[in-house]
Design a binder for this molecule. Structure first.
Ligand SMILES: [Zn+2]
Length: 247
């Protein structure tokens, strides 16, 4: 079988046997591909940093159902600016794990690939901020078909507007009007407007939430993401405990 060339970002890696490594790539062309890298074990020199999580690479792969076979890989960027900062490593590892967990194998998503790529490029050069993580998350959910209903109640469909008396969110990240939800945490219209703006704006670094909206947006997005996953994200534990990121 002939190998095919792809542009890829490494989502996850795992040593396998004595010298091999299994790598999960997110390719622009084919979505997620799991491939075995012969003699690619972490301690080995054949592939080096090319196969580290969140590296951007050009790969040549023989694609098979199940486990593909990596023939060669060339570094495009290992994002040295991210690797020099523990908090940035935490954020980059988190977004890679989120995509790995949400995206089934073989489903191409050029928009999601572009979102991840632009986030890594941005993070490589600018300070790590929770605002940008939330910007990534709200757009990720939108691309995957789980768009937050920031304009109207998720249950009765009534429009949220500056005149809406009460908007609340549930622990599952649902956004509901006061009539449909009496026990959730209140959400300011301004927070929803910022989330809506994050969906409209295609650039990282533009949306800044402010402390209160950041906390509220974080609770909504954490709930919405957890709702779609069967078990907690390992990288989230790292972000919270090791890096000290709380929202
Ligand atoms: Zn309602």
């Amino acid at each position: 079988m002939r190998p095919h060339d792809y542009e890829a970002i490494v989502l996850a890696t795992m040593d396998y046997g004595e010298s091999d490594r299994i790598v999960t790539f997110f390719t622009r062309e084919q979505g997620k591909i799991r491939a075995i890298a012969r003699h690619g074990k972490k301690s080995g020199k054949r592939f080096g940093a090319v196969l580290e999580t969140f590296s951007r690479t050009g790969i040549s792969v023989v694609v098979k159902g199940g486990l593909s076979s990596l023939r060669s890989a060339e570094t495009v960027s290992v994002y040295p600016g991210i690797r020099a900062n523990l908090e940035k490593i935490g954020y980059a590892g988190y977004v890679c794990e989120v995509i790995d967990r949400f995206l089934p194998e073989g489903l191409a998503s050029p928009r999601l690939f572009r979102l991840l790529l632009t986030y890594l490029e941005y993070l490589d050069s600018f300070p790590p901020l929770a605002d940008d993580r939330r910007f990534f998350e709200v757009n990720l959910l939108n691309i995957l078909g789980y768009r937050l209903p920031v304009e109207q109640c998720g249950r009765c469909g009534s429009n949220f507007s500056p005149g809406t008396a009460i908007i609340r969110h549930t622990t599952a990240g649902e956004l509901l009007c006061g009539a449909c939800c009496r026990s959730g945490r209140p959400v300011a219209v301004g927070t929803l407007q910022l989330l809506a703006a994050a969906l409209e704006t295609g650039r990282f670094g533009v949306i800044r939430f402010g402390p209160e909206s950041l906390t509220a947006a974080g609770a909504i997005l954490d709930g919405a993401i957890a709702e779609h996953l069967t078990r907690p994200l390992n990288s989230l534990t790292f972000l919270r405990k090791v890096v000290g990121v709380c929202c």
